[in-house]
Design a protein around this ligand. Structure first.
Ligand SMILES: C[S@@+](CC[C@H](N)C(=O)[O-])C[C@H]1O[C@@H](n2cnc3c(N)ncnc32)[C@H](O)[C@@H]1O
Length: 434
């Protein structure tokens, strides 16, 4: 069987190396370590083994960090990453609190190491195993959660409401003059915003429209609707409570509005970050089509986590976050919604379907913007997983996920805000016509 992990160590640490290999292999992770796996010429065998490994674990203490053998091996692994752009992760496993040699620090100072100096050695080996699994099997064992109605938003927390404000700021840059552009072909604009939150996003987006317009926003979060009604005092903007998945509530809210205003329907329907929270988004698209006038547009913004890219993701933490995001989450919604949208639009009778834009990324963002962006993308995870643990204390996936998030959140943020780091958020924006 081919190995995934190369273990580099100084002979004094043979016992620990044995223990690591035995735990990893008992968990299905095949290792290569000398002298057990040396075949033929020692040096060639080592070079070949590093060449084909996916993970390079180096056991270190002060003395070991000066060992020419270990340094040679680390250098070889390092060169594979830097010069050959190889998909290799170096995981230092540190056994004492002493400083490492300068030469070793040169190679590994930026890497996230496993600290076995404090820990019970078994805990440290388990941490190593967990990291290795994250890297080797980032998505294998994960299937997306079942689509279901997300009721968390009916009573969103203050933290979440604050995060939505940051999201609004970032998204305005993504949308730009979208609504302005789509208003051009109409003399008058009538907009329906489904899942409008407190109304500010759409109000802000319509600010530059240079023709008469009206807006109806619907949401099932009562506090948000009250806020919209109390703060946006504009007779052209109406905000109403409705659960858009309840046909009666949806029809009643829209029909009474259209009758009152004497309107035939809307020429723009906007659905922004809402379909991912619904149990049956296709049914909503089908139901609202009749409220779109012929030639009107439906604009849908949503997410698809598999459009997400993080590079270099040195420790595989962003891959793990993606797994946590897709696999299960209360606030996060159904995270593979993006790809389903053209299919759902087509099935429910819309045409001229276009993917207008995909992705918001860190390029050209300054430090503060990256911090906001990070917060928008990952800021809800802890609340989400805490709530999952509270509602089901025996949910092992949720409790280990929560522990993992707490442990690695700052590391993630640090990597995210580094200059060279590239991150693309899987946001998609579709438009279609009736
Ligand atoms: C992530 S927020 C997006 C808010 C806003 N559209 C934006 O893009 O900033 C999702 C919104 O959809 C609302 N929502 C979710 N499910 C809903 C449902 N079944 N009926 C009405 N509103 C819903 C939530 O209350 C929340 O305000």
């Amino acid at each position: 069987m081919e190995h995934d992990v190369f273990i580099s160590y100084n002979t004094r640490m043979k016992n620990v190396a044995d223990q690591i290999v035995s735990t990893l292999e008992a968990n299905g992770v095949k290792c290569w370590y000398a002298p057990r796996d040396v075949m033929g010429d020692y040096a060639t065998s080592i070079c070949d083994a590093i060449e084909t490994a996916k993970i390079f674990v180096v056991l270190l203490d002060n003395t070991g960090s000066k060992s020419p053998h270990v340094l040679n091996e680390v250098e070889m692994a390092y060169k594979r990453i830097i010069e050959d752009d190889a998909e290799l992760t170096i995981l230092p496993f540190k056994l004492d609190k002493e400083e490492l040699s300068k030469a070793m620090q040169y190679y590994i100072h930026r890497m996230h190491w496993i600290d076995a100096s404090n820990n019970n050695i078994n805990d440290a080996i388990n941490e190593l195993l967990q990291k290795i699994n994250t890297i080797l099997k980032p998505m294998k064992s994960v299937s997306p959660k079942k689509r279901e109605a997300n009721t968390m938003y009916e009573h969103a927390s203050d933290v979440e409401l604050k995060r939505l404000k940051v999201q609004e700021r970032i998204l305005h840059r993504f949308d730009g003059d979208l609504y302005f552009d789509y208003s051009k072909e109409f003399d008058e604009l009538n907009v329906l915003d489904l899942g409008c939150n407190d109304g500010t996003y759409m109000s802000e987006s319509l600010r530059h429209i240079d023709k008469p317009y009206t807006l109806l926003g619907l949401d099932f979060n009562k506090a948000s609707i009250e806020k919209a009604q109390n703060t946006i005092k504009d007779e052209n903007k109406t905000f109403k409570y409705a659960n858009v998945e309840h046909e009666d509530e949806l029809d009643e809210a829209i029909n009474s509005y259209l009758i009152e205003r004497g309107l035939p329907g809307f020429n723009i329907i906007n659905i922004s970050f809402v379909l991912l929270h619904l149990s049956n988004p296709e049914l909503l698209l089908k139901r609202v089509r009749k409220y779109l006038v012929k030639g009107g547009y439906i604009l849908i913004k949503d997410v698809d986590d598999n459009f997400e890219v993080a590079y270099p993701d040195t420790n595989g933490y962003f891959e793990k976050m993606k797994e946590l995001s897709i696999a299960d989450s209360k606030l996060g919604g159904y995270r593979l919604t993006g790809r389903q949208i053209p299919y759902m639009l087509s099935k429910t009778g819309y045409n001229s379907i276009k993917l207008l834009k995909e992705g918001i990324n860190t390029l050209s963002m300054d430090y503060d913007e990256k911090e906001d962006f990070f917060d928008m993308r990952f800021g809800y995870f802890e609340e989400d997983y805490t709530s999952m643990c509270e509602s089901n204390p025996s949910d092992k996936y949720a409790s280990s996920g929560l522990a993992w998030i707490k442990e690695h959140y700052n590391d993630l943020e640090e990597e995210f805000t580094e200059d060279h780091f590239f991150y693309n958020f899987g946001i998609v924006l579709f438009v279609a016509k009736r």
